[in-house]
Design a protein around this ligand. Structure first.
Ligand code: FAD
Length: 444
């Protein structure tokens, strides 16, 4: 186990807020000692791909797990993989795809760790059929600061299993996990893209879609007859055998922070126009590789630098089907009125598979995710307005993407937070948890 002498900065993907904590780099030893009695507050972190402060802590110690990166066992008959919690989904794909297996659920980036995927109970384009990452977990080990090692599964320590899935790193350190991969016969995805104009066309496409993976890109800048236009994307793993080699490394890195003015309404409008018209026919089908289908942004490392030093804010919510259409229209209108623009905007139907995690984000309804450059004078007001609309519509926001929710909003979105609090390790804490509950566990 090595500890850095300087205080290297650990940033979340949105690069906001900036907080300072000590960083301890972990390697799994099998007999895992956490500082006991802990002299400081602790928080495990993975690759820092959460956007806000769920992976940040002020004046404490971040336990970074990227060194816990070993694959421990794999059974090709069942697809069950056992690995340490710092293994990334990219590393799993490199191992699994050549053997004819794929992740059961994947987010829009493969550069997240298994620990992070569990702690935020991540979802993907197949949520409507596969639920969240937690559904595909067989068991994991949780190490608490009192030295306890808990083996958690749907039948052993079931409450700890449920509290830790979506538990934002607060219940203890996940050291390893077993996840069931799904078989594939090719890297290819059978893709279909349908252009739409307006929320009603999006809703109709979502209701009739049959594919395993569905998501839509939506233009949040255009107004008038182009309001809420977009491309509805569906995909299935190809059924005929094809290539199963592992992916190459991305060769593009965003080299520097763009000046804050570079991403403005004009440049984003131009991007949206080009993106919408990239597909000429109303419907297009193609065979595509899984990399651009699942991870279009991963081809450029550090793409968050494009938002400049101020960073970016994400907003992700889900609104129930009832009233969801009107709520989404109100949200899109609030964005166009604000003068702020988002070009990384996706909208999708969540399914009704109940989440295993006590604090998991997904619930049935319409999900929207947007990125905004930080311009303090407008972006904070806009985000607060979007959160308010979400509240009024009976929706919920995603903690992994958030840096703005108020305590009142969070506690309304997640009324089970008090029950969850019973499972928090007394030495563990996060900037997010302090913000949304005002609690500091070591004070109690
Ligand atoms: C481009 C992009 C696209 C994304 N798309 C999606 C998406 O489609 N769906 C989705 O659900 N999310 C998505 N995300 C968010 C991302 O999947 C989650 O934030 C994920 O949790 C990040 O994992 P990480 O390894 O970077 O963990 P971090 O961000 O470092 O930490 C996330 C949480 O996990 C906890 N944690 C990490 N390791 C451990 C451990 N070993 N034990 C206990 N707790 C731990 C941390 O305390 C923290 O609360 C996206 C993010 C990006 C940047």
């Amino acid at each position: 186990m090595a500890q850095s002498s300087k205080r290297p900065r650990f940033e979340s993907w949105g690069r906001y807020p900036i907080l300072q904590a000590d960083l301890k780099l972990l390697n799994w030893t099998g007999d895992f000692p956490l500082p006991n009695p802990p002299a400081t507050r602790l928080l495990p972190v993975g690759a820092g791909r959460s956007y806000g402060d769920v992976c940040l802590l002020e004046d404490g110690m971040l336990l970074q797990t990227l060194g816990m990166d070993r694959l421990l066992a794999f059974d090709p008959a069942t697809g069950v993989l056992r690995c340490e919690a710092g293994v990334t989904l990219a590393e799993i794909l490199d191992f699994a795809v050549p053997r004819g297996f794929f992740l059961p659920v994947t987010p829009g980036t493969k550069y997240v760790t298994v620990g992070g995927a569990i702690a935020n109970d991540i979802h993907g384009k197949n949520h409507h059929v596969a639920g969240t990452f937690g559904h595909h977990l067989l068991r994991f080990e949780l190490v608490r600061s009192d030295g306890t090692h808990l083996l958690c599964s749907p039948i052993e320590n079931q409450q700890w299993f449920s509290a830790t899935i979506g538990g934002m790193g607060l219940t203890g350190l996940i050291t390893w996990a077993e996840v069931r991969l799904r078989p594939i016969v090719s890297r290819s995805i059978d893709y279909q893209g349908d252009k739409f104009v307006g929320i009603d066309e999006f809703l109709a496409l979502s209701q009739s879609a049959k594919a395993e993976y569905t998501v839509a890109w939506i233009d949040c800048i255009s107004t008038g007859r182009n309001f809420a236009r977009g491309i509805f994307m569906q995909g299935e793993h190809a059924k005929e055998p094809g290539k199963l080699k592992k992916s190459g490394q991305p060769w593009l890195t965003f080299p520097f922070d763009l000046p804050a003015v570079a991403l403005n309404r004009f440049t984003m409008s131009a991007f949206n126009m080009a993106y919408y018209h990239k597909q000429i026919p109303k419907q297009k089908t193609a065979k595509v590789d899984y990399e651009p289908f699942f991870y279009p942004l991963d081809s450029v490392l550090h793409w968050n630098r494009m938002y400049g030093k101020n960073g970016l804010l994400q907003f992700q919510n889900v609104l129930p089907h009832e009233g969801g259409r009107e709520g989404m229209v109100e949200i899109l209108k609030a964005i166009t009125r604000s003068g702020l623009a988002s070009f990384l905007a996706v909208i999708k139907f969540f399914g009704d598979v109940p989440s295993v995690g006590m604090m998991s984000f997904p619930k049935p309804g319409i999900m929207l995710a947007l990125d905004f450059p930080i311009r303090p004078e407008v972006s904070f007001d806009l985000l607060d307005r979007l959160a308010q609309i979400t509240l009024e519509c009976g929706g919920r926001m995603y903690s992994a993407k958030d840096a703005r929710m108020t305590a009142e909003q969070y506690q309304t979105f997640y009324p089970q937070w008090r029950e969850f609090e019973r499972y928090i390790d007394p030495s563990f804490d996060s900037a997010f948890w302090q913000r949304v509950t005002g609690r500091r566990p070591l004070d109690e």
